[in-house]
Design a protein around this ligand. Structure first.
Ligand SMILES: NC(=O)c1ccc[n+]([C@@H]2O[C@H](COP(=O)([O-])OP(=O)(O)OC[C@H]3O[C@@H](n4cnc5c(N)ncnc54)[C@H](O)[C@@H]3O)[C@@H](O)[C@H]2O)c1
Length: 330
């Protein structure tokens, strides 16, 4: 793999610009192409970062030789962007959630496997200090219970796709997927969920079709029980988020950038440290492209499909009232 990597972008909105800001500080990165259905977004990206602009990713793939492509589009619009990229031999960086259906996600997963390309998915919390510290501490320990919440606001204004269920999948699928993914990374796969959602309290917001609050119970493959909630009802403030892991006689609290043991062991404040190398998710991807070995990627496409399955299972359970089993991890 080359020392200099040529990157393309499909979707040049909010998160793509965040990645671009991180990537431009990494040596050996060239921005070769930008594609977006929004002409103005493409023009701005080309003016700022160089490279060629496109309105159609198929044309971009035909004309460009890329080492890697970032797919940063709203969840509903994943069609063949990843499959065509993989077939061209491009490494993929795909934003979460990777799709809105398991059929699409598994189709892409198969294409990625068949092409043998590297893949990384935007689960940034796997690079956060507290999450990394908790991962190392929890490794091999029996977990009794997990409790997690993510309470926040509503992304964007009334025209934003985030509040449209058919486009985003709702807060759990689109956003609190980060929390679910971190649970899977720290405590192992989830094998069944039972969910309940509430819509009425925020139905007064224009064009709002996603639940205001989502709560679910789950069981991990290792036998832990868990409860998780996410809500956008704190859109006027007062939100927050954390994970609690209850072990035999001990509690581990994770707040993203920090993690601690309660009660603290004698003579300490209980703070947990990590020996995992500190890096951004973009640095992890670029280094993988440069080395070709993938060891700096912490969530592959196939791994992210399992996280997607848990959140889609919760949606299905909330609709049907039944416990839904997750099977992709087996
Ligand atoms: N990892 C994270 O922390 C994080 C944070 C924010 C968003 N995201 C994810 O990134 C994705 C994009 O979110 P965003 O906030 O950047 O949205 P955004 O609306 O700001 O940008 C999306 C861009 O994609 C473009 N687009 C839509 N369909 C397209 C298509 N078929 N081809 C090319 N371009 C297309 C839009 O015109 C827009 O410019 C979502 O899946 C979201 O969940 C991840």
């Amino acid at each position: 793999m080359p020392e200099t990597v040529r990157l393309g972008f499909i979707g040049v909105g909010g998160i793509a610009n965040h990645h671009l800001n991180q990537l431009k500080a990494i040596p050996g990165v060239t921005f070769a192409a930008f594609c977006d259905v929004n002409e103005a977004a493409v023009a701005k990206a080309v003016e700022t970062h160089g490279g060629h602009g496109y309105a159609d990713h198929r044309v971009m793939y035909d004309r460009e030789e890329l080492d890697g492509v970032y797919v940063c589009i709203p969840p509903k619009y994943h069609t063949d962007q990843e499959i065509l990229g993989a077939q061209k031999g491009c490494a993929l960086f795909v934003e979460k959630p990777v799709a809105l259906s398991m059929d699409k996600a598994l189709e892409v997963q198969e294409a990625v496997t068949r092409a043998g390309v590297l893949s990384s998915v935007g689960y940034t919390m796997r690079y956060w200090a507290g999450v990394c510290a908790a991962k190392e501490y929890l490794d091999g320990k029996r977990i009794s219970m997990i409790s997690c919440n993510r309470w926040g606001g509503v992304a964007g204004g009334e025209e934003h796709w985030w509040r449209v269920m058919d486009v985003s999948g709702g807060q759990l699928v689109e956003q609190a997927t980060h929390q679910v993914d971190a649970i899977r990374w720290l405590a192992g796969d989830i094998r069944a969920v039972w969910a309940r959602y509430e819509y009425a309290s925020m139905a007064h917001l224009p064009k709002m079709s996603i639940p205001a609050s989502q709560a679910f119970c789950f069981e991990t493959a290792g036998g832990a029980c868990g409860v998780m909630s996410c809500s956008c009802a704190t859109y006027k403030g007062g939100g927050g988020g954390s994970w609690d892991f209850l072990l035999d006689g001990e509690r581990v609290v994770v707040e993203g950038m920090s993690a601690k043991r309660l009660p603290p062991p004698d003579g300490t404040d209980g703070a947990l440290g990590s020996t995992l190398e500190a890096m951004s998710i973009d640095e992890g991807f670029v280094r993988a492209l440069q080395s070709g070995d993938g060891s700096t990627i912490r969530s592959t496409y196939a791994d992210a499909v399992r996280t997607l399955e848990v959140t889609l299972a919760a949606n299905e359970s909330a609709a049907s009232g039944r416990v839904v089993e997750c099977t992709a991890w087996r």
